[in-house]
Unconditional design. Structure first.
Length: 130
């Protein structure tokens, strides 16, 4: 996690709450190493690997066309209402913002650098044919 670098990448980085549990004394048992530049100078280490499996509802469209018996009464050929959405649900244990992020070099795939999640959108529409 970039937030666990202890500010070694640049002055604009944050520290995560997990740094409160970092190693500080001999014999201490913790998963967070001592806060030194040497421990965090390379981000491409196995300490930060995690399962990015996910299940996502990418898109969904629901629609309803009014029966012809109703539209004929008002001299309209067709009326259709619809609701469409994207990125409506995401199930994952990934701790980053989006498990689909894939920034990095050819040697470091899937490194997300805090990539923002994909936006959720919902749209309502009406199609009228005269």
């Amino acid at each position: 996690m970039l937030g666990e670098t202890g500010g070694t990448l640049d002055a604009g980085r944050v520290l995560l709450a997990s740094q409160l549990d970092r190693w500080t004394t001999p014999g201490q048992v913790t998963e967070t190493p001592r806060l030194t530049a040497a421990n965090y100078s390379r981000q491409e280490n196995s300490r930060f690997f995690e399962d990015a499996s996910y299940l996502r509802l990418r898109s969904l469209t629901l629609g309803y066309t009014l029966p012809r018996t109703l539209t004929d009464r008002i001299n309209i050929s067709k009326v259709r209402f619809y609701l469409t959405g994207s990125n409506l649900l995401l199930f994952t244990k990934y701790t980053g913002a989006d498990p689909e992020s894939n920034l990095g070099t050819q040697n470091i795939q899937g490194y997300d650098y805090g990539t923002p999640p994909q936006p959720r959108t919902v749209q309502f529409g009406l199609n009228v044919s005269l």
